[in-house]
Write a protein that binds this ligand. Structure first.
Ligand SMILES: [Zn+2]
Length: 449
């Protein structure tokens, strides 16, 4: 028995299983974890919890697994309104002939806010509590994320040509600086520099990016080696692979989040490892655009941090991280020819602990352990598709559907309870999104019948 009196806490959650995703903490059965002041206490065996805490309320989740809230490490949330707008196309045709023209014609702060509202609701309902976003008009995203009560790393979009947000690269950097000053130390939102890709950012801009990163002390998230064409064109234009060009510009490091990396040769692998650069894997987007396969098992074997993201709904076409981590697990096996590649627990780690590490948040998120942020989810494993449960990690990766997410807490506040939103109007979100079916149609000449 402890010598101190039990501590008063807001909530105690008793669960059939807890997957802490934490070093030194195995999968737990019949354990409890407490929430107070936005942080976690425990876990303890259910029978021992009264020795530690006196909860104002207790929730009994008798056939559920508790997990850390999922972390979607790469998204373009505002693009949710372009879901299904341009399918079955390769990356550059998709971007040049469809996405960039529609953005020039339609995207403004209202569009971005509406798309992000839809995205936040979809992500919360499917168990995501933190996401990295890279899209136009990040100022419009801030109040939407606040209203949804999620956490976000907003990557400001930096590119050499004019967009609805910035005239050029330099004006994007200046707007990033202004947004950073406005946000200060925000409890839910952090910033990153979001240069689009090596092929849309010239050498002068890369130098400016390095200066800005040093001055603003922000991480960088960038699409890198998304396709083989990108690498071939980089070789033809610069005489080196794009990752090497970023290294030579002094940009790689633990603060750098390289999204996609479907092309990895031995030198790339060495550069990633030596600089401790993180990779963000987006398997469904890569499959849909036929971009290639990120060699996750090979990267992990080399000690490289790999996080997981959905990419935007225009190339996925959903933001379902349970779906994504199952794809990641299956793809890793198919690509390596090894059924043991990316086993269930490692796939769950991609979407939790490893994504937190890739985004520089591993000291407070991505694991269920004492003192960490109370960002967690409950998944009801009592489904026809998920019983019997021989191991909750197997169920969560290979069998669960995201509609089995029953509870979501962010910073200790319930955002989904008993499978219903807390504070979001599902009907209003559906109606707002439907308005864009008509708004986008006149420009959507590619829609196939
Ligand atoms: Zn992307």
């Amino acid at each position: 028995m402890p010598f101190t009196a039990p501590r008063d806490v807001e909530l105690l959650i008793e669960a059939r299983w807890i997957l802490p995703m934490s070093d030194g903490l195995p999968t737990l059965e019949h354990h409890a974890i407490a929430i107070d002041g936005g942080h976690l206490l425990g876990p303890w065996p259910i029978s021992e919890a009264p020795q530690h805490v006196r909860p104002a309320r207790t929730l009994h989740l008798t056939h559920h697994a508790l997990l850390p809230g999922l972390i979607n490490a790469h998204n373009h949330a505002g693009m949710s309104l372009m879901r299904g707008f341009a399918d079955d196309l390769p990356l550059m045709t998709w971007l040049n002939e469809h996405i960039w023209p529609i953005e020039a014609a339609h995207v403004n702060p209202d569009f971005v806010a509406a798309g992000t509202r839809l995205a936040c609701a979809e992500m919360l309902a499917s168990g995501t509590t933190t996401f990295a976003d890279m899209y136009l008009a990040p100022e419009a995203v801030v109040p939407v994320v606040e209203a949804a009560g999620m956490r976000a790393q907003l990557c400001t979009p930096l590119i050499d040509f004019p967009t609805p947000w910035s005239m050029d690269f330099e004006s994007g950097v200046r707007q990033t600086e202004a947004l950073q000053a406005r946000l200060g130390h925000h409890p839910l939102i952090s910033l990153a520099l979001g240069p689009h890709a090596p092929y849309t950012v010239g050498d002068e801009s890369l130098n400016r990016l390095r200066e800005a990163r040093e001055h603003l002390a922000l991480p960088i998230q960038m699409h890198v080696h998304e396709t083989r064409d990108e690498v071939d064109q980089g070789l033809a234009k610069d005489g080196k692979r794009p990752l090497r060009r970023l290294f030579d510009a002094g940009l790689l490091g633990p603060h750098f989040q390289a999204v996609h990396m479907t092309q990895v040769d031995d030198e790339d692998l060495a550069l990633l490892r030596e600089t401790d650069t993180a990779v963000i894997h987006c398997p469904q987007s890569n499959l849909k655009l036929a971009s290639g396969f990120c060699p996750v098992a090979r990267l992990q074997a080399a000690g490289i941090t790999v996080g997981l993201g959905t990419d935007g709904a225009a190339s996925n076409n959903d933001l379902d991280m349970f779906d994504e981590l199952k794809t990641a697990a299956l793809l890793a096996k198919g690509v390596s020819g090894n059924a043991a590649a990316l086993p269930a627990m490692a796939a769950l780690a991609l979407a939790t602990r490893d994504s937190a590490k890739a985004l520089g948040m591993s000291d407070r998120r991505g694991q269920l352990r004492e003192g960490f942020d109370a960002d967690l989810i409950a998944v009801d494993l009592e489904g026809l598709n998920s019983v019997p449960v021989h191991h909750p990690a197997s169920a969560a990766v290979y069998a669960v559907q995201s509609r089995q997410v029953s509870h979501v807490w962010v910073a200790g506040s319930a955002r989904v309870a008993a499978s219903e939103f807390v504070g979001l109007d599902r009907q209003a979100l559906l109606e707002e999104a439907r308005q864009y079916e008509h708004a986008l149609r006149p420009v959507a000449g590619n829609v196939t019948d």
